[in-house]
Ligand binder design. Sequence first.
Ligand code: IDP
Ligand code: MG
Length: 140
Amino acid sequence: MGGSQTTFIMIKPDGVQRGLVDEIIGRFEGIGLRMLGRRDLTPPLELAETHYAVHKERPFYPDLIEFITSGPVVAMAWNGEDAIASSRKLIGATNWEDADPGTIRADFARSIDQNIIHGSDGEETAAFELGLWFPGGLGD
Ligand code: IDP
Ligand code: MG
């Protein structure tokens, strides 16, 4: 489908606080993707608002921004065959109760708002998000 793609993945503050970073990175490596970039940071407000601008009219938006800026996240770029859809499949549905067994959200999330991880939902979104979180590019 997608050929070689690079997608933006972020382990959210709940995933970091619960010590799931190595486990999650292992799952991405396990489906054959490779990490091209990683930044550990507490997202500044403006970055969080730009990232989630598409949701700004939604009732959950204020809580979402508060949550995502509440502590360190791990922002990553992952590359490989069909990386965008493969990553979304690995992550599982937004609501952990709808997520397929064995997905990251099914295994670890127990709320719809604090659901461990973000992954780009398409090629345009991936390009936008990678540019936003890695403004200096991905290096070599
Ligand atoms: P996604 O992360 O699976 O792409 P989106 O619909 O893009 O899901 O929503 C972005 C994030 O907003 C979700 O991951 C979740 O943290 C939060 N969110 C989405 N829907 C709800 C909701 O109905 N209540 C509370 N938080 C939500
Ligand atoms: Mg989304």
